[in-house]
Design a protein around this ligand. Structure first.
Ligand SMILES: CCCCCCCCCCC/C=C/C(=O)SCCNC(=O)CCNC(=O)[C@H](O)C(C)(C)COP(=O)(O)OP(=O)(O)OC[C@H]1O[C@@H](n2cnc3c(N)ncnc32)[C@H](O)[C@@H]1OP(=O)(O)O
Ligand SMILES: NC(=O)C1=CN([C@@H]2O[C@H](COP(=O)(O)OP(=O)(O)OC[C@H]3O[C@@H](n4cnc5c(N)ncnc54)[C@H](OP(=O)(O)O)[C@@H]3O)[C@@H](O)[C@H]2O)C=CC1
Length: 284
């Protein structure tokens, strides 16, 4: 049973949600919980076959008495009621910035920042402006920067700020909007995106989690359902980190010892600085 059992089935009866990337990983877990809570969900992304098989699987689990249904679509064409929008679809590839092409940079910014902007704008103009609603933007643990994934770090930080702007701009329409920032969350689909380096990349993250394990999508979806629910009726413009404290702990990134840094200015602290640096070097 999903963690959303803290809420009663039927909590979202007759509500309608759009979950981008709702056919895999975190998006699928969110869709599954929303369906259990009675919400109808439109799932959208690029690969229609994956969306359709997820929809088929999730439909089997909807209780017969529930009004909920799941609809897979390739384009997030928006019409009719949209109570909830979860901007979850996205991702990136790993590359040092100096090796990134402008096209690659733009693809990641388009997917994660521009896509989120467009979905928010369309949902607002089509429905939420006149009827209110709730938006959740899935971002990432980019609080210490995101070395080797700088494009997505920049895009997610921008989405976090967009969330805050929209919380104010759209408050008078009764729209709440918040961000959820997952730590490293393992799923088959998330790992497969990174091909051969996927397992290594996810494994290397484990010691850097205070939990000493990775999270799973079913640990993110309850946070999203909470923020969508009336239990969060006074929360907007907030960012909820679902990362077991990962963002407060060590960075995955090692900086090798080097002597490239500009020297400190000469002055009254020069001698003590040298002494400490010599002691440090002799210990290495
Ligand atoms: C070693 C690093 C260690 C980091 C350690 C941290 C620990 C792990 C933390 C993990 C945290 C985050 C996890 C997740 O987000 S899981 C989600 C997983 N899902 C995804 O990532 C989805 C992946 N794919 C996409 O989102 C899109 O395909 C993408 C945005 C990447 C591209 O979108 P689009 O379809 O619009 O573009 P194209 O595929 O046509 O590509 C356009 C150009 O982009 C460049 N590119 C694309 N892929 C790569 C690649 N793998 N490597 C280098 N460059 C790439 C390229 O220039 C493309 O143009 P060309 O094809 O013409 O060259
Ligand atoms: N797993 C993790 O550790 C973390 C994940 N995240 C973010 O959470 C979200 C979900 O990732 P997760 O479930 O882990 O991984 P998945 O790879 O399973 O999910 C990514 C989803 O995004 C969809 N997607 C990718 N590009 C686009 C696009 N251009 N337009 C529409 N949909 C797209 C994919 O579907 P399709 O291929 O059919 O388009 C897929 O369903 C992503 O934004 C991810 O970056 C953030 C922090 C950590």
């Amino acid at each position: 049973m999903a963690a959303s059992s803290v809420f009663k089935a039927g909590l979202f009866n007759h509500k309608v949600a759009i979950v981008t990337g709702g056919g895999t990983g975190i998006g699928k877990a969110i869709t599954s919980e929303l369906l259990q809570l009675g919400c109808s969900v439109v799932i959208s992304s690029r690969k229609l076959d994956r969306l359709e098989s997820a929809a088929e699987e999730l439909t089997q689990k909807i209780p017969p008495s529930s009004p909920a249904k799941v609809t897979p679509i390739q384009e997030a064409c928006l019409h009719g009621r949209i109570d909830f929008l979860v901007n979850n679809g996205g991702g990136q590839f790993s590359s040092p910035v100096n090796m990134m092409s402008a096209k690659g940079w733009k693809a990641v910014i388009d997917t994660n920042l521009n896509g989120t902007f467009l979905c928010c704008r369309e949902a607002y103009n089509a429905w939420m402006k006149d009827h209110g609603g709730v938006i959740i933007n899935i971002i990432a643990d980019m609080w210490k920067g995101f070395p080797r994934m700088a494009h997505t770090g920049a895009a997610r930080a921008a989405v976090d700020n967009l969330t805050k702007s929209l919380a104010i701009e759209w408050a008078d329409s009764g729209v709440r909007i918040n961000s959820v920032a997952p730590g490293t969350i393992i799923s088959k689909t998330a790992m497969e995106n990174y091909k051969d380096i996927g397992p290594t990349m996810f494994k290397m993250s484990v010691p850097f989690s205070p939990a000493k394990r990775l999270g799973v999508p079913e640990e993110v979806s309850p946070a999203v359902c909470f923020l969508l629910s009336p239990a969060a009726s006074y929360i907007t413009g907030a960012t909820l980190k679902v990362d077991a404290g990962q963002s407060l702990y060590h960075s995955v990134w090692e900086i090798p010892d080097h002597t490239a840094w500009p020297p400190a200015p000469e002055g009254e602290n020069t001698d003590i600085l040298r002494e400490i640096m010599d002691m440090t070097k002799s210990k290495l």
